[in-house]
Design a protein around this ligand. Structure first.
Ligand code: DAH
Length: 358
């Protein structure tokens, strides 16, 4: 029986000496594989007489079980060590400061859209989107701007080539078509803002062919002009980060609202420097009004049951006012020096509670 004991000791030592999973497997094959040494001894059992076979068989099984258990334990500890090593090699120090040479900056337009949507989100608005290539119905007709209406000329529309049926798609001239898509697509109560790109065939000091707007729409059964005023005044004070800004709702005209107003904020231009929230001058910042009954009808809503307000403003304009950017066209020059000056640090996401523009 001595040879069995020394074989066991030898095999157990080999198991414990295995430095890798591959080594360990070799040891297993050498002991318990088809041609392994323990397997070989098992095969010899047939030649023994019954009593000796039973005794020898039991002893062999004990050794076999012992080896199997040792192989399992060794495998487990090698796998644990491999995992430890991998975790140590892949560790990441999350307390390191951000890479000091990070150069990317958030463009003032993205920043302004994030700020504005954060403010309206706080008031319970969700964000809606619509296509930049629009059809005539959504961009004009449903907004109470029928064909031949003079407002169509004012929009300097980019038209796409004529379709087989004579209709032409347009690049949307405002974000107002998202109002239509929202009212057609979901039941009131509705409370959305829709930021996005808009296009007009116009280019000078104060106009670029592509620009950005944000649209707002609230529809339910009781919303009135007082709510419109309260909502926009709250927005203006939060956005400009000034309390008690003088705000003026000046009667105006838009085909899709009745009554309509333009909103001016108080400012001073003394010494050529613009200050928001004080002074004797007024600055127009947005258009708004109560949604016109014709617009509700075009969207399948009953104006006897539903009502609400809408507003629209230019993102570049309010960005220029807040951040003192003097020239509209510089927004689209892709000049890195400009972006480094006016851009925002990527990880400072604007929130109403944490600060909009630190
Ligand atoms: N769509 C208008 C424009 O582009 C802006 C606007 C004015 C939107 C009044 C509105 C609104 O929703 O009520 O000039």
């Amino acid at each position: 029986m001595d040879n069995l004991e020394s074989l066991r000791d030898e095999m157990l030592a080999a198991v414990n000496a295995a430095a890798s999973l591959a080594d360990l497997d070799e040891v297993r094959v050498a002991a318990l594989g088809k041609k392994g040494r323990v397997t070989g001894l098992m095969k010899e059992l047939g030649g023994l007489d019954p009593d000796a076979r039973r005794a020898r068989g039991q002893a062999l099984n004990v050794v076999k079980d012992e080896l199997a258990a040792a192989l399992d334990a060794r495998r487990q500890s090698l796998e644990d060590a491999a995992l430890e090593a991998q975790l140590a090699a892949e560790s990441l120090d999350v307390t390191l400061p951000a890479r000091p040479d990070a150069q990317g900056m958030i463009h003032p337009i993205s920043q302004t859209m994030d700020e504005v949507t954060a403010i309206f989100a706080q008031m319970g608005f969700t964000v809606a989107e619509g296509p930049e290539i629009e059809d005539d119905f959504h961009n004009f007709t449903a907004l109470n701007i029928p064909p031949e209406h003079p407002a169509r000329q004012m929009h300097d529309t980019f038209y796409l080539p004529e379709q087989a049926d004579g209709s032409r798609y347009v690049l949307r001239t405002h974000t107002s078509p998202v109002q239509i898509r929202t009212m057609v697509g979901q039941k009131p109560p509705i409370r959305i803002v829709a930021p996005g790109r808009t296009y007009r065939c116009d280019s000078d000091m104060t106009h670029t062919p592509m620009f950005h707007q944000i649209e707002g729409l609230v529809i339910d059964k009781t919303t009135n002009f007082g709510h419109l005023k309260g909502c926009l005044i709250e927005f203006i004070e939060t956005y400009f980060e000034v309390s008690n800004v003088p705000v003026r709702f000046r009667p105006s005209f838009f085909p899709f609202t009745e009554p309509s107003a333009e909103v001016d904020i108080g400012c001073s231009r003394k010494g050529g420097e613009l200050h928001i929230g004080a002074g004797a001058d007024w600055l127009e910042i947005l258009g708004c009004g109560m949604v016109h009954p014709n617009v509700l009808i075009a969207c399948g809503l009953d104006p006897a049951e539903y009502q609400g307000f809408a507003f629209g403003m230019g993102i570049e304009r309010i960005a220029m006012l807040k951040y003192g950017i003097p020239d509209l066209r510089t927004f689209f020059d892709a000049d890195l020096r400009w972006l480094r000056h006016y851009g925002f640090v990527p990880l400072d996401l604007p929130t109403v509670t944490g600060g909009l523009s630190r």
